[in-house]
Design a protein around this ligand. Sequence first.
Ligand SMILES: Nc1ncnc2c1ncn2[C@@H]1O[C@H](COP(=O)(O)OP(=O)(O)OP(=O)(O)O)[C@@H](O)[C@H]1O
Length: 558
Amino acid sequence: MSNWQVTKRLLILMRPWYGWMLLGTLLSLITIIANISLMALSGWFIATMAMAGISGASVNYFTPAAGIRGFAIARTASRYGERLVTHEATFRLLATLRTWFYEHLEPLAPAILQNYRSGDLLSRIRADIDALENFYLRILAPLLVAAITSLIILLFLLQFSTLLALIELVFLMIAGIVVPLFVNKLAQQASTRQIETNSELRSAVIDSTQGMSELLIYGAAVKQTERVNALSDQLLDDQQHLAKLNGGSASALGLCANLTMWLMLIVAIPMVTSGNLAPANLPMLALFALASFEAILPLPLAFQTLPGTLAAARRLFEIVDTKPAVIEPVTPAVMPERFDIEIDNASLCYPISQINALESISLSIPQGTHLAIVGPSGSGKSTLINALMRFWPIESGSIQLDGVNIEQFSGEDLRLQFAVATQQSTLFNSTIKRNLLLAKRDATDDEVVQACKLSQIHEFIESLPEGYETWIGEAGHKLSGGQIRRLGIARALLKPASVLILDEPGEGLDSVTEQKMLQAISENAKGKTLILITHHLVGLENMDQIVQLEQGHIVKDQ
Ligand SMILES: Nc1ncnc2c1ncn2[C@@H]1O[C@H](COP(=O)(O)OP(=O)(O)OP(=O)(O)O)[C@@H](O)[C@H]1O
């Protein structure tokens, strides 16, 4: 995507906030013009008063003094307003961008997102979107203000002399175009790389903290530290390079402003002696020349930030433009009353591993069936569930619900009908109760307790000092793996769904407790479809149907 295309897409995205952005730019323009006018008028006023004092002439000092006060007040008020409005515009913009990005990210889960590292995604959601604030605040607004102010400055100087306007024009062009373009060229690599390095560093730090125990056990902590240090050094080098460029360009602009002032004086002094310029205009022009560069000052930084900002935008558009693995129907079908599942000749191949995880699977699961899917590890049991819930698209064949292909339902509606306890249930950093209520917000305490009793976790919860209100930490790290799994099962049991899917629910339990639990769950799920995925052959006597999978094929259906 070319820089221009990225810029155009950013401008289109920002359309809802054009009003705020324009107002902010206008206030910034007023601030700068008020400041230049204040400096110029002050120079003129001081010189006029000094000369009046020497010559004894009477001067109307009320009007210029009022002008000075007016400009000073305008400068302060508009600066305040500008900060308020530009920040409001930026925050609104960032909020919109975050929602926009998340809306595009969601349909990519889990099939496409598994190609990205979580640290990288986090960087895109946070740092890259934050970097886009530069686009308006540091690039668009300063460019517009600089262009309009330069025009006004040149028109003003033309009133006095073409040569003076020409001097200003040359130096404005050096400071506003040559220096920024030069900075842009020198900053290109570091500014772009900074975005990538930042993301890699974030991923490496997340890996280091999440995998700290493994790194220590396998003696890889030093190597990982070296990697984090190398990335950190790279980031520092780039930031240092950019800081030096920033300092260098600020000095170059200072030099331009001072040279303009001196050259103007050199040209204007003979004009005063020849009577072509009023003496009081000399200090006015000198201060005017100095102040006029204020509008140009942010431009080198704007051009320095531009490559990084466009790189961040590109990273966001890359995700946004990715086609989801599963395409949502334009007009989703209404979910049927009955939930008879019919899988007909379905095959699924994971694109990354190129593994045919399911091959020509045909299976009928009428509503209310209690089905066990057994098979060795890697035989395709979880894949079958992924296909049922449309997390992954099947390559050929069909899966129907009450005679309607599941591709015609919205993914969200479809998944509402499934309650799933996977092998790695994700728990959130909250209380036990809140984690359970995720499945049914308005569940009564009795319902919560009943689900926990069924999944054999109630007694443990009751033994905790704070019971169901116990805070379980990030990803439930205050609980054992088995306890997390039991809570996952309780949560699935609580969800009012048509199909209950339990993946290895007995893992970690002795076979007597496992059998007891499966029997209780099975009785509780009467009338509901229950799919039990397991390696163990425990508790299968309660099942209506048992399907055995091997290398993606059904080898037995009884
Ligand atoms: N997201 C994925 N991307 C690529 N390949 C995958 C993915 N998930 C599973 N596979 C592959 O598909 C095959 C079937 O995996 P699946 O998870 O369905 O097996 P399973 O029977 O559920 O195994 P287990 O009992 O160990 O959970 C495996 O060979 C696995 O490597």
